[in-house]
Design a protein around this ligand. Structure first.
Ligand SMILES: Nc1nc2c(ncn2[C@@H]2O[C@H](COP(=O)(O)OP(=O)(O)OP(=O)(O)O)[C@@H](O)[C@H]2O)c(=O)[nH]1
Length: 209
């Protein structure tokens, strides 16, 4: 029996997936959560949620993927909700669609506008590498550079032909990074907490006016 089954899910990681319409966000998140490449996908309206529970460092973590709509008209109503309490961001573009590459700075800007801090882990996925062309190869080099400039891991991927281990590696590394970061934050938080004696002193010295 897998004893892990009895472990309690203690944390949830919220990861938002951003990119232009049709780049493969739904297919990618579906593959990660179900192990299957979906035969048919419809344009996402607003947002779709997918979840998967993974084990990281002896803990059960619920990975919650927010598959957002790429089309502007399907985003308007939901956009504020995407950006609340985000733990990580996955940017996706389609190697056969140059304009989806050119949109990446706009997606990054949108994150900034919604106050996603720069230390929130992010990755860039160049999807549909099964449809490689010469132009695609050029954008890939530019995308690699963009990822480097923004200190993001960069992945070349084909959701259609890729296997589950590869997609697991992308998301699970991100989850590990989130856990490490949150662990450090919790430690830092502890070190800022005053001891009961210090609290007492502080009360004595604080001004009541
Ligand atoms: N050849 C190929 N097709 C892919 C790949 N990934 C996704 N697709 C196809 O691309 C089309 C769009 O995929 P979606 O996953 O719906 O794209 P999306 O980014 O979620 O689109 P929106 O919901 O409109 O924002 C579908 O027909 C997928 O089957 C891939 O790696 N290779």
């Amino acid at each position: 029996m897998d004893t892990c089954e009895s472990w309690i899910v203690r944390r949830t990681c919220k990861i938002i997936v951003l990119g232009d319409a049709g780049v493969g966000k739904t297919s990618l998140t579906h593959l990660y959560c179900t192990g299957q490449f979906p035969e048919k996908t419809d344009s996402t309206i607003g947002v779709d949620f997918r979840e998967r529970v993974v084990h990281v460092g002896g803990e059960k973590i619920k990975v919650q993927l927010w598959d957002t709509a790429g089309q502007e008209r399907f985003r308007k109503c939901m956009v504020q909700h995407y950006y609340r309490n985000v733990h990580a961001v996955v940017f996706v573009y389609d190697v056969t669609n140059v304009s989806s590459f050119r949109s990446l700075p706009l997606w990054m800007e949108e994150c900034q506008q919604h106050l996603i801090k720069l230390d929130v882990p992010r990755v860039l996925v160049a999807n549909k590498t099964d449809l490689m062309t010469k132009t695609a190869a050029t954008t890939i080099e530019q995308a690699r550079h963009l990822a480097e400039v923004h200190s993001m891991p960069f992945y070349l991927y084909s959701t259609k032909n890729g296997n589950r281990e590869q997609v697991d590696a992308i998301f699970n590394k991100l989850v590990q990074q989130i856990c490490r970061q949150r662990g450090k934050e919790a430690e830092a938080d502890k070190s800022f907490k005053l001891t009961p004696k210090e609290e007492e002193k502080k009360e004595k010295w604080s001004c009541n006016c």
